[in-house]
Design a protein around this ligand. Structure first.
Ligand SMILES: CC(C)(COP(=O)(O)OP(=O)(O)OC[C@H]1O[C@@H](n2cnc3c(N)ncnc32)[C@H](O)[C@@H]1OP(=O)(O)O)[C@@H](O)C(=O)NCCC(=O)NCCS
Length: 169
């Protein structure tokens, strides 16, 4: 599995994964805009020739905001999202971010577990944020992602992911 910056050539497959993962996937226009603008980082995970996941976000002031992340149902729980998150965090720091934030459905416990692994903690609720079902959003944050303790956390996540890959090969 390799990570690659998302480009127009990946769009069809990205949109297939997006439709599979979310009730309100992004339009082609929005995807085009996001992957072509500055102060953003969008990656695809590719296995063989196929896109099996994607993730990305944008810099807003000092904060890197993860806007989307998803992995194909057939490739879940293999560490794909973990590797995408590591890459996004590395890019976020290069872009000058000092904090990480995102919104996640209050009932999306697997995603919240992923974000907690990356040191994110709940910081508030946006009521009825998600449509069409009015589900609340949980706002999560991690601070000081450019500082040494956070870099150490990222390194330990990378090492344990490598160890899991060795054990499963
Ligand atoms: C959330 C999502 C991206 C995780 O992708 P993934 O590649 O399966 O995640 P990973 O294998 O890297 O797992 C990372 C961590 O997430 C958590 N996690 C993943 N799947 C989980 C599950 N089914 N239940 C509980 N925790 C889970 C665990 O903490 C895991 O760490 P661990 O393996 O060290 O225990 C994936 O479930 C997905 O695409 N969901 C649909 C789209 C979505 O909800 N995106 C998030 C929007 S905010």
């Amino acid at each position: 599995m390799k990570l690659h910056p998302a480009t127009e050539e990946h769009l069809q497959e990205i949109m297939t994964v997006d439709r599979e993962a979310f009730p309100t996937p992004w339009s082609k226009k929005l995807w085009m805009k996001e992957i072509s603008r500055t102060e953003r980082a969008y990656y695809v995970a590719i296995e063989g020739q196929k896109v099996i996941g994607f993730g990305g976000g944008l810099l807003a002031g000092d904060d890197f905001h993860i806007t989307t992340i998803a992995v194909r149902a057939s490739n879940l729980s293999k560490g794909v999202a973990t590797l995408i998150m590591v890459k996004l965090l590395e890019d976020a720091v290069k872009l000058g971010a000092t904090n990480l934030t995102l919104e996640v459905r209050i009932g999306n416990l697997p995603a919240q577990a992923l974000y907690r692994k990356f040191g994110m903690v709940p910081a508030g609720i946006r009521p009825s944020y998600y449509q069409p079902d009015n589900e609340d959003a949980l706002i999560m944050w991690a601070n000081d992602i450019h500082e040494q303790p956070y870099m150490k956390l990222l390194e330990s996540i990378k090492q344990s992911q490598k160890a899991k890959e060795v054990l499963s090969s």
